[in-house]
Write a protein that binds this ligand. Sequence first.
Ligand code: SF4
Ligand code: SF4
Length: 220
Amino acid sequence: MDSESTHTGISRRRFLKDGILVPLALAVAGGGISTLFLRRADARGFYLRPPGALEERRFLAACIKCGKCAQACPYTAITMAGGEAGVGIGTPHIIAREFPCRLCPDIPCAKACPSGALDRKLEDVEKIRMGTAVIVDRENCLSLRGLRCEVCYRQCPLIDKAITIEPRHNPRTGVHSIMEPVIHADKCVGCGICENACVRDKPVIVVIKSPPVQKDYYEF
Ligand code: SF4
Ligand code: SF4
């Protein structure tokens, strides 16, 4: 028998290689991959939750990952997060560039929630606060370059409330106006329809996190 053999018949060198070094290498590689996924998922810094969601930490504690909100959404706007979400795996979120929230007047997603993670008593779509739209790339906004785009403004379900158009002087031509889309954070609900509608390949207007609406109760 090999002088390095253990009582199981596996050499000590092989045990070290297969039993410790290979799993360690896989764990390090796996950590790198999951870090990559987390970075990608976290690029915007938050998940856009369905209407009526509690503040994020409390939402994560309350959501039972049943998917009833997603089933109730007639626009398939709600998807359940995968492993890249870490502790949020299986929780509902909205990818606005693909399927934004269409602000159903009866907010069926929130009504369907059995856990209180979404506020079932929410009645008024204008009181929804999922996030706030912001023009993050002013250089590439066609309206801000002096063209008549304004697609985000025209698509906004709260047109002339959440987004208005403010004309201002165009210093490049000296004779025209720039029709600037201006977002009013106190009215924007964060539905993401503007982000979905932006005509640029990479949307210049995106929904970011707005100050969380704090609630001191759950509704079961
Ligand atoms: S309000 Fe309507 S469109 Fe928006 S997430 Fe809920 S069910 Fe879907
Ligand atoms: S219905 Fe409520 S508890 Fe179920 S996945 Fe949606 S938010 Fe979570």
